[in-house]
Write a protein that binds this ligand. Structure first.
Ligand SMILES: Nc1ncnc2c1ncn2[C@@H]1O[C@H](COP(=O)(O)OP(=O)(O)O)[C@@H](O)[C@H]1O
Ligand SMILES: [Mg+2]
Length: 310
């Protein structure tokens, strides 16, 4: 797994919206492992896969919290680069029911680049997942070379683009997607990237360059597209969402868990929906994932899901 690392300070049950010059209260606060890539890595590892992370941190208390959190979930942190000159990034997330407002200081994450990742490191794995392109300027215009290196090294690949904080959506999909096996954006991101406001048109735009496209559609579920197929699967709807932080990253973990084990795309999609839904039953992106058994127990209790149901 290659990507950004930061902590999340999550504020819940907030009385109204913040305004400059005023102060409001949040009933609940959680400090958690943040960043899409780390949440996905942590949850994949909790589900039982062997996961190693390549990212960059400062030599500070947030950095140590991240390493400890990843280690606690069994993620191999030995390839993480610690740079004394940099500060570990942080996100403050204001959570409101099914959505949230976030402010991020990128810190060390913006200093990781394709040059930090050689084929030797990649060959240690079977699959490469990369997330959060726009938060990592070190990969600007060179992401395709990272994916190409992975493909040349015999790995399968996946890519979750994530949000563009400056909303320019400047990414050449034609260059990148030919080296990506599974492309996993959310609905809004795909529309923005393709410049299409209609989801079907957005999907059509990348049909010939993307092998498997999986579009996450929030509480609606997801759409899987490959070849001429377009499969919509409704979510395991959670009507009592604690927060949706990490739902998409958990979806990725669920999808990739089944993908790496060689399941069909449809099975991967259903499991992605399930793991995304499970994530919404706890605060933050990782609390619902300790090991496969406890996660499946939540799945059974909250969504009546058992492995036979596919
Ligand atoms: N309220 C919900 N109930 C059940 N599942 C949900 C809910 N919200 C999100 N999910 C699941 O999590 C997945 C990812 O959420 P989404 O918000 O689309 O991603 P992202 O976090 O990347 O924006 C969805 O595809 C869906 O399967
Ligand atoms: Mg996402």
């Amino acid at each position: 797994m290659v990507g950004e690392l930061n902590i999340d300070l999550i504020l819940n049950q907030i009385e109204g919206f913040p305004e400059v010059g005023k102060e409001i209260l949040a009933e609940k606060m959680t400090l958690a492992l943040g960043s899409s890539s780390a949440i996905c890595a942590s949850n994949l590892s909790s589900l039982g896969l062997k996961v190693a992370f390549i990212g960059k941190l400062g030599n500070d208390i947030f950095g140590r919290f991240i390493i400890d959190s990843l280690k606690e979930k069994g993620v191999d942190t030995s390839l993480i680069i610690i740079d004394k000159k940099l500060k570990t990034g942080a996100t403050v997330a204001l959570s409101y029911d099914e959505d949230r407002a976030m402010v991020t200081h990128q810190g060390a994450m913006s200093h990781l680049g394709s040059g930090d990742i050689d084929s030797g490191k990649l060959k240690l794995g079977r699959h490469l997942h990369f997330s959060s392109y726009f938060f990592q300027p070190g990969f600007k215009d060179s992401l395709h070379s990272l994916f190409k290196k992975a493909k040349d090294s015999g790995l399968t690949t996946s890519f979750d683009v994530q949000w563009d904080p400056i909303e320019k959506w400047d990414l050449d999909l034609e260059k990148v997607l030919p080296f990506v096996d599974v492309f996993i954006p959310n609905e809004v991101e795909l529309k923005k990237l393709t410049g299409r406001s209609d989801l079907n048109l957005a999907i059509t735009t990348i049909k010939n360059i993307s092998k498997y496209t999986v579009v996450k559609c929030g509480s609606k579920g997801s759409v899987l597209c490959y070849g001429d197929k377009k499969i919509e699967k409704t979510s395991f709807l959670n009507k009592n969402v604690v927060d949706t932080i990490g739902a998409g990253d958990s979806f990725n973990a669920g999808y990739l868990f089944k993908f790496i084990k060689g399941n069909s795309p449809e099975e991967c999609q259903v499991f992605g929906n399930l793991i995304g839904a499970v994530s919404t039953t706890r605060s933050g992106g990782t609390a619902a994932f300790r090991n496969l058994e406890t996660t499946m127990a939540i799945a059974k209790e909250k969504f009546s899901y058992t492995e036979q149901e596919r």
